[in-house]
Design a protein around this ligand. Sequence first.
Ligand code: TYM
Length: 342
Amino acid sequence: MTNAAFTPRVFSGIQPSGGLTLGNYLGALKRFVDMQDAGKYDCVYCLVDLHAITVWQEPEKLRANTRELAAFFIACGIDPEKSILFNQSQVPAHSQLAWIFNTVARMGWMGRMTQWKDKAGKNSENASLGLFAYPALMAADILLYHATHVPVGEDQKQHLELTRDVAAKFNHDYGVDFFPITEPVIEGPATRVMSLRDGTKKMSKSDPSDMSRINMSDDADKIAQKFRKARTDSEPLPGNYDELKERPAARNLVDIFAALSGRTQADIMTEVEGMQWGTFKPLLADLAVDKLSPISTEMTRLLSDPAEIDRILGKGADRADSIATPILEKTYELVGMVSSRG
Ligand code: TYM
């Protein structure tokens, strides 16, 4: 069976661990909205709170971050009537399928994950078991909906390869064609937004320097200041994008400009050829403020009514459950569990 046998369905998730960045917006959210608006897919978007607790989270902060992330999705243009929007822990089937996948995935596969190595670091003996098993839960998130397409940033590529391996091994071991071999969707100019201080490092909320990233909570002055101070080289901008190959910091700013404006890099280059950074950076800052300010204003408005956010997430969880439960039940049956509760 090929993926054509499955309903075209998008699944993606973001951790509610606080500190949303421009990387999350351009690498994920903006593209989630595009896929929703394309009208070609069922879209299921998840706030992965169970993933978040694989590293310590203050309970009250986790709750606040989950609501803030929900507001971010909606403020960016996710329509909870069109797409399913919910938090992972409200649909128990995620944990249940993850357990099955813990028995399918191999220790060696998990041990090779670069995210595990980065996050556990030298002190892996002291990392949580959940952090090690993280990718099996991620495979469960995706395969529980028989999702065919998963939009993510470049840093999630290895986890999606593992999801394909889990699906293939399950199908092989049980002699079925039950789970689709999901397609990662890693496309567009900003699949890897880089640090503003070091063009060879990913923009990340965990970077010690706040100047390295644009936070979704930064105001217009802060955004302008961060772009003005962004590290670049001293060469002017070329007319051809290929010429930025060896200039990662310069390329990053062009990628951000292209992604924010919804245009290709090639298109941008024809306009900025010969420009100095002193001219380009203010243009970029203005564009960013233009695109990001309405999002943060809308987030503030939405967050003034947390009960409404909870209602949206509850309704999303009911809809998610109605897809997930039959797939989990069928999985249990394939695995050989007795089901006798009527
Ligand atoms: P998370 O929460 O770290 O990041 C959420 C999304 O944002 C993207 N992203 C970036 N994209 C481009 N440039 C950057 N600098 C940047 N920083 C973050 C990430 O690639 C991601 O798409 N394991 C996932 C969450 C997850 C998930 C899933 C994703 C759990 N289950 C199922 C897809 C499908 C994670 O930690 O993302």
